[in-house]
Write a protein that binds this ligand. Structure first.
Ligand code: DAT
Ligand code: MG
Length: 147
């Protein structure tokens, strides 16, 4: 079963949007298999966003992610990587459609509420970076046959 790494960023946690985001993924039919509220070290933030190292906003991005706790999650489900990205909306909330998390709640690209892995390769890399294998829970939901 496919897994993705989703993270409520500091702005989302501060604004009380963690439950709203979780509710949307739950109601969609995806399964939460790991979650933790955590402070992010500079090293972890820099490794996570390494692909953007040369971008002018990199320093600001690392400052932001380390500024206040994030809520890190592992979600499981059919096509969850791409579908979660759709449910998040475009990177810049100004371009994100209503009905998406960024479209409904975001204003600025630097504080866009949520991160989600953008591919199977990213999901594998990010899950290994953020979660130990023993922090991911394996369980059945009796409702799964209806989804
Ligand atoms: P996404 O988070 O949709 O995968 P990304 O990987 O291109 O987007 O960028 C990572 C984060 O960096 C993004 O969520 C917010 C920040 N960011 C991207 N472009 C930016 C810009 N032009 N100015 C400031 N921050 C930016
Ligand atoms: Mg990205």
């Amino acid at each position: 079963m496919e897994r993705t790494f989703l993270m409520i960023k500091p702005d989302g946690v501060q604004r009380g949007l963690t439950g709203e985001a979780i509710a949307r993924f739950e109601k969609k039919g995806f399964k939460l298999v790991g979650a933790k509220l955590m402070d992010v070290s500079r090293e972890l933030a820099e490794t996570h966003y390494a692909e953007h190292k040369e971008r002018p906003f990199f320093g600001e991005l690392v400052d932001f992610i380390t500024s206040s706790p994030v809520f890190a999650m592992v979600w499981e489900g059919n096509n969850v990587i791409a579908t979660a990205r759709q449910m998040m909306g475009a990177t810049n909330p100004a371009d994100a459609l209503p009905g998406t998390l960024r479209g409904d709640f975001g204003v600025n690209v630097s504080m866009n509420i949520i991160h989600g892995s953008d591919s199977a390769e990213s999901a594998t890399r990010e899950l290994a970076l953020w979660f130990d294998e023993n922090e991911i829970v394996s369980y059945d939901k009796t409702i799964s046959k209806w989804i």
